[in-house]
Design a protein around this ligand. Structure first.
Ligand SMILES: C=C(O[C@@H]1C=C(C(=O)O)C=C[C@H]1O)C(=O)O
Length: 662
């Protein structure tokens, strides 16, 4: 092998390439603003999903030619397009409302620099290329007052969060204000544990945080019952407390970005209960704005219906009659009038539209109170997806003769037979680990679950899984969980107590060390099937590996990935067919039973099926039975539910296994 060039040199090349990429992205942004200027003249909608689809499918094809997989290209371009659409929206919005075209916005928000509200406000101003003069406030009321009195042009109020739901206090404030909602913005909220440089995680005794982050990180905090919680009025105040306290045992919950403003270090990350943790903010101003018709708009209104039965339904029927989609409905008590509610509605419509105007008139007739809080551009850019057929790899006729079935069956490189072929090894491979036996006529059953939360019931769960007929358990999603170490250890103990093998699903190379320490088998999920580095690493291990087929991969690609593992030395390889994208359903994959037959004809390796992703309640049993009849060497069944439904799922899985073992 030729000597690679020095690391520094390669890194310099990457640095220079990245600079070029940024310049190209900036140029693309400029062009997209030119497009917005044309749309302003032609009065065309900003969003053109047809154009996006064409663009994505062309890029997927071009990317493939350069060795870039579809998933990578699509996710990259979805975020480029989102940026482009939001910039175009901001441009048209300011053109339609010349009074908002300023060099600087005075912005009132909760907390101080570094709070999530500050980050949201910053993002909003950046997008509009205006300077932000920030005015930190201690409460939502203070924000509203700052705008009402003219001290601030805009106020930022957090209205909902993907983990903790609506923020009631903000709805209550909105009931009494004369301000109008003029915008919205959503930010990703990455909660971290922030401490002074040098503080260690093990030292932490006290955590300062705003009640919202505390509820959003409840799971993490419940794993640390010894932490003393100190409630603060904002995340920024929490961070300031850490700066002021010369104490290595205190930490705050906040964003890494915000923490950096206070020279705090993130000593633990991803604390939020939910993987996707986003907060939506509304922007309030003294004067309502007009939204150009080319922009997707939202209208928020509040109303109190009559007190007769069915009053709310009647109001909602008005919306239905005008084909108005309601994206949110909240209710809040009306102070001073017990048991009466004020309803908050977000409608996907422009206030100026005929439908909205006539619906409002009708609603005025049947409600006791109704007020429009504002109409503003909707900032949610739902990513354009490609259809399955657009994602399919087109058959490449020039390669057709090489990939014919006979070639795969006796595939060779430089006259050396590929290791997965029957021609290389006539006897079927059997993998045996403890009670789990797959291949060469042996049929195994494996349960796939995420690590249960209640460690007290580990033993009970393991017992039930064993009694249901499983011989092994796959733990998935460990990278998203906290305190994995001790929990996995506990769970593994429980599994071993009942002779169940522990399999760990590996999502990234960095998890390998942990996985090999704890598991007796590794699972490489379909998503990682193309990750050559990971394949090579598991190939050099002495531990059985299950390799799952990617939903977009051909049989040949799966076998090529298998070959990468075998070539490194590890012959304890099991393949798994879990479904591929087809034309049957736009979301659910289809179990490729024909591929099962093909793979079994070509290779000596055991092949499992996992029908869980590709089946519903009715089809799970027939799919599994068909798989077994077609000589699958085992079955993986997913447990999708949490504790409440675990028992029901277990009962049906156990019935299925009984049927298969008949
Ligand atoms: C730039 C345009 O506007 C939007 C943004 C697109 C992009 O960034 O490629 C594509 C389609 C539109 O949704 C356009 O219409 O071409």
């Amino acid at each position: 092998m030729s000597k690679p060039q020095p690391l520094n040199h390669t890194r310099e090349q990457i640095t220079s390439l990245d600079k070029d990429l940024l310049a190209l992205l900036a140029k693309r942004r400029e062009l997209s603003l030119d497009v917005a200027r044309s749309k302003e003249v032609d009065i065309r909608p900003i969003r053109d999903t047809q154009r996006e689809k064409e663009l994505l499918s062309r890029l997927v094809k071009q990317g493939r030619e350069q060795g870039l997989d579809a998933h990578y290209v699509i996710s990259l371009y979805q975020s480029i397009i989102e940026d482009s659409v939001l910039n175009q929206q901001a441009y048209l919005q300011s053109r339609a409302n010349p009074e908002i075209q300023k060099q600087q916005y005075n912005v009132a928000y909760l907390g101080a620099r570094g709070s999530y509200s500050y980050l949201a406000a910053n993002r909003y101003c950046d997008r509009r290329q205006v300077n932000m003069q920030d005015l930190g406030c201690k409460s939502f009321d203070e924000i509203v007052q700052a705008v009402e009195s003219g001290h601030a042009d805009y106020g930022f109020l957090p209205i909902e969060n993907t983990s903790s739901g609506s923020i009631n206090e903000v709805y209550d404030v909105l009931q009494h204000t004369s301000l109008a909602i003029v915008g919205e913005t959503t930010i990703e909220v990455g909660h971290c544990l922030l401490a002074k440089n040098g503080s260690k995680l093990t030292q932490i005794k006290t955590v300062y945080a705003h009640p919202q982050p505390i509820s959003q990180c409840s799971r993490y905090l419940s794993l640390h019952p010894d932490y003393k919680l100190e409630y603060c009025s904002s995340s920024a105040e929490a961070m300031q407390k850490i700066v002021d306290n010369d104490d290595p045992t205190v930490a705050a919950i906040g964003s890494a970005e915000g923490g950096a403003l206070y020279q705090l270090e993130a000593i633990d990350q991803d604390l939020a209960n939910q993987k996707i943790n986003q907060s939506r903010f509304i922007v309030v101003a003294r004067k309502a704005i007009a939204v150009p018709e080319q922009l997707p708009a939202k209208t928020t209104l509040i109303m109190a219906t009559g007190q007769k039965p069915g009053a709310l339904v009647e109001a909602l029927l008005v919306l239905k009659a005008h084909d108005l989609n309601m994206s949110k409905l909240e209710s809040r008590p009306i102070p001073g009038t017990p048991w009466e509610e004020m309803f908050y509605l977000d409608l996907d419509a422009n206030l100026a539209s005929d439908a909205m105007q006539s619906a409002l008139k009708e609603l005025e007739r049947i409600t006791r109170f109704i007020k429009v809080l504002g109409c503003y551009p909707c900032e949610t850019v739902n990513p354009t997806q490609l259809t399955n057929s657009q994602l399919m790899i087109e058959p490449d006729t020039s390669r057709a003769e090489h990939s014919s079935k006979t070639t795969v069956q006796n595939a060779s490189i430089n006259n050396e037979l590929l290791r997965y072929c029957k021609a290389h090894k006539a006897d079927a491979t059997e993998v045996t680990i403890g009670q789990l036996q797959v291949g060469d006529g042996q049929f195994g059953a494996i349960a796939l679950i995420s690590l249960p939360q209640d460690s007290g019931r580990y033993s009970h769960k393991a017992k039930l899984l064993k009694e249901a007929g499983f011989q092994a358990v796959i733990l998935e999603g460990l990278s998203h969980q906290v305190d994995v170490n001790s929990n996995v250890l506990e769970f593994k103990k429980a599994l071993h107590q009942f002779d169940l093998e522990c399999i760990i699903s590996v999502e990234h190379e960095s998890e390998l060390k942990f996985a090999t320490e704890h598991a007796s088998i590794l699972l490489i999920t379909g998503k990682q099937m193309h990750n050559k580095t990971l394949l090579k690493q598991v190939g050099s291990l002495h531990i059985p590996v299950i390799l799952e087929r990617n939903t977009m991969a051909s049989v040949e690609e799966l076998l090529t990935a298998a070959e990468t593992i075998l070539t490194q030395g590890n012959q304890q390889l099991i393949l798994c067919e879990s479904g591929i994208r087809t034309f049957s359903d736009s979301i659910m994959p289809s179990l490729d039973l024909a591929a099962l037959v093909d793979i079994k004809t070509i290779t000596h390796l055991p092949v499992l099926i996992n029908p869980s992703y590709a089946s519903n309640k009715q089809t799970l049993m027939p799919h599994s039975v068909a798989g077994k009849q077609l000589n699958a060497d085992g079955l993986i069944l997913n447990f999708t539910s949490d504790n409440n439904d675990f028992d029901a799922e277990l009962a049906s899985h156990s019935e299925l296994l009984r049927e298969l073992y008949k």
